[in-house]
Design a binder for this molecule. Sequence first.
Ligand code: ADP
Ligand code: MG
Length: 391
Amino acid sequence: MNDVVIQKTSAFFQEKFGSTPEKVVLSPGRINIIGEHIDYNDGYVLPAAIDKIICFAFSKNNSNESNIIALDLNEEMVVDLTAKVRLSEVVWTNYLLGVVKQLQDNGFNFEGFNCVFSSTIPVGSGLSSSAALECGFLYGINALFQLQIKPVDIALMGQKAEHWVGINCGIMDQFSSVMGLENQVIKIDCKTLEFEYHKADFNEYALILFDSNVKHSLMTSAYNQRRQQCEEGLAILKNNFPEISSFRDCSLEQVQQLQNVMSPNVFKRCSFVVKEIQRVALACAALDQGAIETLGQLMFETHAGLSKEYEVSCDELDYLVDFVKNEKAVVGSRLMGGGFGGCTINLIKKGEEETIKSKLVQGYKTAFGIDLKIYDVKIGNGTSLYETIVS
Ligand code: ADP
Ligand code: MG
């Protein structure tokens, strides 16, 4: 599928601008194996880049203007690089303008270029097409004008571009899009940005995402409330146990000892956070040992926690996870991302994928009247140059 999009993007570039692109960049979406809602709670996450990408074709154009074409939308934007960038009404352009602003604010010199991009990442399903867009675009400008920006800084500047658009995201999405490696997951310490790779060999299991195709509007208010409840809980923990400076110093027993001085919700949130931090460590150990059933069990536990303790699931996501729990071929499943919609991530025995998919498509349609979308994913490389262009 990626070959088709690479070919299509390059061919369109050639037709529109009359030459083959100087640089072709592939920038992936990402999944997160485990470690949900703990990026802002002193925790670790375990994401990976996937084999779904945005392909960008670039060439310099010896002017002060850049022409950028979103091929999937059949829309074009022209950026005057001598002017200060401003937010536009056209949403997709802002992610790219945010990148231009980051480059300008940090004093990087570059000139006009032409760019065409097209994607195989589903948009708005929680696979971080937005991070792929920011990071791939920045990576391409960096390559074209030899700006010598380091990969980690590409991720950080991509994150700042997204903040400028108005989405106060953590670093996980951009970091995994840029730093991903084929068949490796990245354990990221969201506090310090330290990271380590763990081999991800799922043996006889395939990674499959089920897209609930819903997005409930609760997300923003619930997110802010959860953050506040966790802060409140951590303050109580620190008051009672001076040795605690963050959730990662905290045991479940300590949380349980303070149940009577926490509100029921604060208690549930803290219990989830402490257990989820532990689950990420256990998941890394399971991957290292090739114990995929253990990893799957941890994923089911994470879902139960997100649903019952952190309360960020919804009927549709619970249905998708509960359904596959009864299937022997599925060893793990959980909602992925912030919750209230988006995808579940599943580990399904190879050879049995089609049976599970068709049962679930039918069941989901009957239960909610909604068409399930399905994405097969493999763990792929982070943002990189595509070297062999066939014109
Ligand atoms: P996600 O990152 O989970 O896919 P977001 O809402 O964060 O969802 O980002 C999606 C936005 O990114 C889209 O609304 C669009 O503005 C931009 N985008 C992503 N992919 C493309 C694409 N192929 N063409 C144009 N814009 C895109
Ligand atoms: Mg996004």
